[in-house]
Design a protein around this ligand. Structure first.
Ligand code: DCM
Ligand code: DCM
Ligand code: DCM
Ligand code: ZN
Ligand code: ZN
Length: 264
């Protein structure tokens, strides 16, 4: 996602933090965040092109084989070097510190929190598990209405931007409020989204599988190179984008709540 998507995911997550999580996150946030996790959720994108952080740039996605439309950890995350592996890794870093406060602090836990929060957003962007041959849609040149762009950017930014202009008076807080209201009042999927199989702390593999399934059914569908995407694509894909932002937020909160839960 772009900045707006990451802000939305983290803002939604904040509303589902348990008390222990609120306290732990507040301790780790940098001064500049002013107590808001959402304020720092795009940080991994800001630093990924700097020489000393270039190693993190492959951790934003997990490309999958062309036209397979499925995801497998061992095949698509070699040496744990992808978004799923990064979510396991940063969860483990935060866990080891929360379980044993006497352990030598080996990690920068502020960075771990910001990476985990960002990557939990990215794994829910369907094209972050897109095909390796087109770099998750980056190589597919399309028009978004009359604007030249690529399919990946349509899903990272353009659908959200158009939704803000069309439905939310260009206000991201209003869009987030609408997503929060749907979570509170709509048929309640939240418990199923929160749950992790086998009592694990983090379970990113099913999120990656969902993403490539959605990429094949919605993102790549009717969006070959040179296509002009407009009203029909926008209206039919926006519900998918909204659901993925909501799921990313709920699952980030659930993961942090499991990390910081004092219950055994
Ligand atoms: N995995 C990892 N680090 C962890 C947990 C899991 O690298 N802390 C990797 C190893 C497994 C893959 O994830 O091959 C699947 O994990 P799971 O058993 O959680 O589905
Ligand atoms: N991306 C991806 N798969 C790739 C390469 C990039 O999903 N194989 C994502 C990461 C960014 C976006 O596409 O969200 C643009 O990538 P970059 O910033 O590296 O140009
Ligand atoms: N959903 C939600 N919040 C959103 C989008 C969807 O809670 N922003 C829920 C409502 C539905 C479920 O997800 O019960 C499936 O949504 P859909 O029918 O849009 O795929
Ligand atoms: Zn992206
Ligand atoms: Zn990213």
């Amino acid at each position: 996602w772009g900045d707006d998507g990451h802000y939305a995911v983290c803002k939604i997550a904040q509303g589902y933090f348990e008390e222990e999580t609120v306290v732990a996150v507040k301790k780790l946030l940098p001064e500049s965040a002013d107590g808001e996790l959402a304020a720092v959720c795009s940080w991994p994108d800001e630093i990924k092109k700097l020489p000393q952080w270039r190693w993190t740039s492959a951790l934003h996605f997990a490309d999958t084989p062309d036209y397979k439309c499925n995801y497998e950890y061992s095949r698509d995350c070699p040496k744990d070097w992808c978004v799923t592996g990064a979510i396991f890794n940063y969860t483990n870093q935060l866990m080891s510190a929360s379980e044993n406060s006497k352990s030598i602090v080996r990690y920068n836990l502020t960075e771990a929190l910001m990476f985990l929060s960002h990557y939990m957003g990215d794994i829910h962007q369907p094209l972050h598990e897109g095909f390796i041959g087109d770099l998750g849609g980056n190589k597919i040149k399309v028009h978004w209405y009359n604007q030249e762009t690529n399919l990946h950017r349509v899903w990272d930014d353009m659908i959200i931007e158009s939704a803000l202009e069309t439905y939310y008076n260009s206000s991201l807080p209003r869009m987030i409020q609408a997503l929060q209201a749907k979570l509170k009042n709509g048929s309640n999927d939240v418990p199923s989204w929160e749950s992790c199989q086998l009592n694990q702390t983090a379970c990113p593999n099913p999120y990656a599988s969902e993403s490539i399934d959605l990429a094949c059914k919605y993102a790549y569908r009717n969006a070959t190179a040179g296509t002009t995407l407009g009203d029909y694509y926008f209206v039919s894909r926006l519900p998918v984008v909204e659901k993925r932002l909501a799921q990313g937020g709920i699952r980030l909160a659930a993961t942090l709540n499991r990390i910081y839960s004092t219950k055994s």
